[in-house]
Design a protein around this ligand. Sequence first.
Ligand SMILES: [Zn+2]
Length: 360
Amino acid sequence: MIVYLPDGRPWPGQLGEAALDVLELRPAEVVLPEATVRDERGGRLFNGSTLMFDPSAGGGPLADAVADQQARAFGVTNTAFHVQRALRFASALLGHPLPRLLVRIGMHDQPRRWRGGHYRLPRSSLTDEPATLSSAGEVHLGGGAGFLPTPDGSRYFHAPAHNAAIICHEVGHHLCRHTADFRLNRLRPPENQTNRKIALDEGTADVLTAILLGTPDIYGWHRGTLAEGDQRRRKLQPRWTMAHFVGGRDQDPHADGTVWASACWSARERVTATGAGAARFDAALLRGMESAGADADRLTEDALIQRRQFSRLLSAITQADPGIAPVVLAAMAEHGIRPDASNAALEDAARAVLTGEVGR
Ligand SMILES: [Zn+2]
């Protein structure tokens, strides 16, 4: 099959051949051992067993029907590849598979076209989500909207299924749900979980994306018009610290999450520089997340508050691999993150350091 292989540049990637482990091919759906990826707009995208499609610059409403069909088929196979790659990366480090993931493409395109993605669990209150959602979790990707530039100056219809960064980020939420479980969804009724995300959830999804794409500029393609130092770009370098942390219910968890993602990225680079290998950090991160998710047996406000603390997850990571703990702690400290302190205390301390530097 042909997919986009990420090469760290701000565009969809390098087209190349890759292998995919497929259980079954249905007209608009690929069934993998660990996930199902479906185009919800129906029709027959797959004939026979070949998965060689042309990306057709993303297809979209301005493309002709044949090109749009190719772009949709490419979107399903490209998404299947990145989903399988991300889930296998996680299960290899954890030593067990994650629950099956359902990925639905072409969702929420009414009344306005959607170029984003999200991760959803079932909940009982009224939403614009489908009546039945998998209790293990689903990734929804829009059918696309708007155009993005490419290096050769052409325009590319922004279909999220063509954008590995969006796919990897959403798989990251599935990983969080079934390891650190920041919102204690496993203690809630399967049909009434919560979809609210905290900063650690967004930040971990972002650093997983950086690891899988091999670049700290994870959204350089579709957020490329934002300055590299704009927090909304969510580039993990330059260094974001607890002085940038805001917290609270009204704050966008993606922005606060950038502090965590940026600190993890620094720690990973530091571990790599010691010659230990990046996988050593990746394993500690994932196993730390799993142990951080394991200890609550009651759904209380206290347990939820604990799970929001950056220091708690940091301690879990260092306990997962004491051999790299000093290096990880030193790197995290440069972002204002250290063990045994609340997010608010870390934020105050980091701001005090900044004020001191300015005053001197
Ligand atoms: Zn997210």
